[in-house]
Ligand binder design. Sequence first.
Ligand code: NAD
Length: 306
Amino acid sequence: MRNAQQIATVAVVGLGTIGTGWVAQFAAAGLTVRAFDPDAEQRAALEATVCDMLVRNGQPEAAEHLRLSLHDTLEAAVEGADFVQENVPERQAIKADVLGRLDRALPGNVIIATSTSGLMLSDFQDALTAPARLVVGHPFHPVQLMPLVEVVPGRRTAVETVTIAEAFYTRIGKVAVRLEKEAPGHLVNRLQAALWREAVACVEDGIASVAQVDAAVVNCLGPRWSVVGPHMAFHLGGGKGGLRHFIDQLGPGIQTRWEGFRTPDLAAMTEALVCGVEDEAAGRDIDTLQQERDRKLAALLAHRAG
Ligand SMILES: NC(=O)c1ccc[n+]([C@@H]2O[C@H](COP(=O)([O-])OP(=O)(O)OC[C@H]3O[C@@H](n4cnc5c(N)ncnc54)[C@H](O)[C@@H]3O)[C@@H](O)[C@H]2O)c1
């Protein structure tokens, strides 16, 4: 297998929301990118979208020196690639088909990373001739801004694959968190689902509106968690006695709250939630909201890094 430093050409398969973000991230790192999507419109729009992302991210030189080629077939796109990032729709059958095609098209020592948000890698591995090179490299939207990538092995993934993928993502500027084993939703989507479950339940129970829940997270948990994680936050919340004191004092209340949590009915809540976010958006369309989010996120991350 190529080590992380030897990876110079990356193939990106699937050029929707996530694939496009990966192309920008790889291009910003100066890599050669070979791209494929069966949708000709996605292919045609890619270069301009990526250049625009790079310029907005303050990386105009990466846009100027873009080494990007578009291909009509998956097999042509992965020719000569040192690493493949797969981003096709989150459907078991589509993923199985594409991962199988990638496996047949590539030498067994080329790593295939999938962006899957929640599918289990092991479910795909038995059908491959070289399952040891398959790994999850799960990013977050917008890929080119959010630092984290979760690196997750399947049952048959080689340790070397995980180590190289982790080092490669680190090299291109991501923060790679390597999970010990696979789980539905990996790590962050499990945490996110747990918080959103309670956020929806609070709306359903009339404790707070959609906008009030969002304001509470944006003005409290968001800023706090952007500098310390939930465990460390409570360690500090315990003062000089740290987490032990925090648990002694507040643990029983938290335990009781956990036991009282229930799962809301998402289908029944959909209309109320959609109306709630529309009220919160106050006439701003999705493009405007995304641009606002990306501008603030980029400023926050730049400040944190500085
Ligand atoms: N959207 C997110 O927030 C997010 C975040 C992290 C990971 N992911 C994961 O990334 C993957 C892609 O999600 P997305 O949101 O970019 O989806 P998307 O629908 O925006 O894009 C999917 C792209 O795949 C293309 N495609 C369809 N069939 C294909 C095939 N056979 N070969 C190659 N390309 C094909 C489509 O034309 C489309 O452009 C999913 O596995 C998803 O779980 C999504």
